[in-house]
Write a protein of this length. Structure first.
Length: 458
C-alpha cells in the first residue's frame, strides 16, 4: 500500500502545481476568439456559387453541396459591414454568417482534488484486468463510481447499446484495444480524408512513437502524469521520463476519452469518429456543420457534441434541425465556466444539453448551469476512460458528462430503434434523479436503468 500512497501524493502535488500554473486561463474560450477575419459560411444554390464568387470577388475554399453551404473568403480589401450588406442584398444568397471558431473546453474552472477524487486517481494504478465485451480492460474503468451512480451495470441487463453514435471531436485512437472493434469509418474534415481519423496524425513522429506503446505497459505502471489541461493520464514510468509533456497538444486525446465513455455505457453500439477539431482545440464552424450533415447522411442515430460556443449560429441551428427531423438524437455539453451562460448547441431546442455532477450528486464547481442550456446532468469528475496509445486517463468536464448521456441514448435505441430526440428526452429526463432546483441542472442526474425500464414497461 505504501507505493499507492506515494502515487497519490505525487498526483496531488502535480495537480496543485498544474492548477496554480493555469490560474486565470481556465474556461471555454469565446467562439471567434481566434477567428480568421474575412471567412464566412454562405448559403446558396450550388449551381449559383461560382457566379456569386465571381460577382463579389470571393475565394471559394470548400463546399458541402448537398446542403448548399459554402466556405468562402472575402477580398482582403473588403470592409466587413459593407461586404455583408452587399451579399445580403444579392437575391441569390440565401444566408451569410461569419465562420466563427468553436473551441473544445480547456480545464474546468474551480477544479478541486478532494479525497474522493484522489482515491479515484489512485485506482488508475491498480493492475487488475477484467473482461469487458471482448476486451481485457482495467477494473477501475468498468467499476468506477460514476458507472455505479448512473446504474449502468443494471441497465446492461436490459440493453448494451445499438446504432451508430457519431462523435464530433479530435478523432480517435483507431487501434486502442478497448475501442477498435466498435469503430466504424468516419471522416477527417481537417484533412478531407475518409476513414477512421487518427489523433496520432496530429503528433510529431517521436511523440507518437512514445505514446503508442503496447497495452502490456499498462500492467507495469506506477506513475501518473499530467499530460494536458483536462487529463491526468497514466503512463509507465519509463514512458513518463521520456515524454516531454510540452510535445503533447492541448486537446490531444479528447476524442478518444469521449469515445471510451460512450463505449463504457453502450459497449455494443458503434462509434463513428468525425474529426472537426485540431489538437489546439479549435474547429471552424463550417467543419462542424459538415460533420453534423455527414453523421445524419451516413446513418448515425446519436450525435455527441462535447463542445460549446457562446456565438449563436443560424446555420448550426439549421443543421441540428436537419438531424432531429431525421430522427437523430443530439447531445451537447453545457460548458466548463461554472456560470449561468447560454451556449450552443446545448441551448438550441431539441438538443440534450448536459451539465456535470460530482460523485456526491452536487453540481461540479466548473459546470455551467441554468435552464437555457442544461436539460440534465451526468457525472463529470475524475472519470476513468481510454486514452491514445492503449492507455487510460482520468478526466474532468462536461465533455465527459455528455458522453454518458450519448451512451444512454444508444441503450434506448437497442430497446426501440425508432427512438428519436423526443423519446430519448422523455426517458432520460423523466427518469433522472431529481436534484435541488438551485443547482440549475435541469431534470437531474441520469439514471439509465430507470430510463430503460420506462421504455420497456411504460
Amino acid at each position: 500500500m505504501g507505493w499507492r500512497c506515494e502515487v497519490k501524493r505525487k498526483v496531488e502535488r502535480q495537480i496543485l502545481a498544474w492548477l496554480l500554473g493555469l490560474a486565470g486561463v481556465l474556461g471555454i474560450p469565446h467562439a471567434s476568439a481566434a477567428q480568421d477575419e474575412g471567412e464566412f459560411v454562405l448559403r446558396c444554390s450550388s449551381k449559383e456559387i461560382h457566379e456569386i464568387v465571381r460577382r463579389h470577388g470571393l475565394t471559394l475554399l470548400r463546399s458541402h453541396e448537398s446542403q448548399d453551404i459554402h466556405f468562402v473568403r472575402a477580398p482582403a480589401t473588403a470592409h466587413p459591414e459593407d461586404f455583408l450588406s452587399e451579399l445580403r442584398s444579392d437575391p441569390d444568397v440565401k444566408g451569410i454568417e461569419a465562420d466563427t471558431d468553436v473551441m473544445l473546453p480547456e480545464a474546468p474552472a474551480g477544479l478541486k482534488l478532494d479525497q474522493s477524487t484522489a482515491s479515484i486517481l489512485d485506482t488508475l494504478s491498480h493492475r487488475t484486468l477484467v473482461p469487458f465485451y471482448g476486451s481485457p480492460v482495467l477494473s477501475s474503468y468498468v467499476n468506477q463510481p460514476a458507472v455505479m451512480l448512473i446504474r449502468s451495470p443494471e441497465a446492461h441487463q436490459l440493453a448494451t447499446g445499438a446504432g451508430i453514435v457519431a462523435v464530433i471531436d479530435t478523432g480517435v485512437d483507431p487501434n486502442h484495444p478497448v475501442l477498435r472493434a466498435s469503430l466504424v469509418p468516419g471522416f477527417d474534415f481537417t484533412r478531407n480524408l475518409p476513414g477512421i481519423p487518427s489523433e496520432f496524425a496530429d503528433l510529431g513522429q517521436s511523440t507518437a512513437s512514445i505514446l503508442d506503446q503496447s497495452t502490456a505497459s499498462i500492467l507495469d505502471q506506477e506513475t501518473i502524469l499530467i499530460l494536458n489541461q483536462s487529463t491526468a493520464s497514466i503512463l509507465d514510468q519509463s514512458t513518463a521520463s521520456i515524454l516531454d509533456t510540452r510535445q503533447v497538444p492541448r486537446t490531444f486525446g479528447h476524442g478518444t476519452m469521449v469515445a471510451g465513455i460512450i463505449h463504457l455505457v453502450a459497449p455494443t453500439a458503434q462509434i463513428m469518429p468525425l474529426k472537426a477539431f485540431e489538437t489546439d482545440g479549435r474547429a471552424h464552424l463550417f467543419e462542424i456543420l459538415r460533420a453534423i450533415y455527414y453523421a445524419v447522411d451516413h446513418g448515425a442515430k446519436v450525435i455527441n457534441m462535447s463542445f460549446s460556443t457562446e456565438q449563436r449560429s443560424a446555420e448550426m441551428k439549421r443543421a441540428i434541425n436537419y438531424a432531429v427531423r431525421r430522427g437523430v438524437i443530439c447531445v451537447s455539453s453545457a460548458g466548463n465556466k461554472g456560470s449561468r451562460l447560454r451556449v450552443y448547441p446545448a441551448a438550441f431546442d431539441y438538443v440534450l444539453g448536459v451539465g456535470s455532477t460530482s460523485n456526491q450528486d452536487t453540481r461540479s464547481t466548473f459546470s455551467d448551469f441554468g435552464d437555457d442550456d442544461v436539460k440534465l446532468a451526468a457525472p463529470g469528475e475524475g472519470i476513468i476512460t481510454t486514452y491514445p496509445g492503449g492507455h487510460y486517463a482520468a478526466a474532468w468536464g462536461t465533455s465527459f458528462s455528455t458522453a454518458f448521456v450519448s451512451g444512454g441514448a444508444a441503450l434506448l435505441l437497442q430497446v426501440n430503434m425508432r427512438t428519436n430526440q423526443e423519446v430519448a428526452a422523455d426517458a432520460l429526463e423523466g427518469n433522472a434523479k431529481q436534484l435541488p432546483d438551485r443547482l440549475g441542472l435541469g431534470e437531474g442526474r441520469i439514471d439509465l436503468y430507470r430510463a430503460l425500464m420506462s421504455v420497456i414497461q411504460p
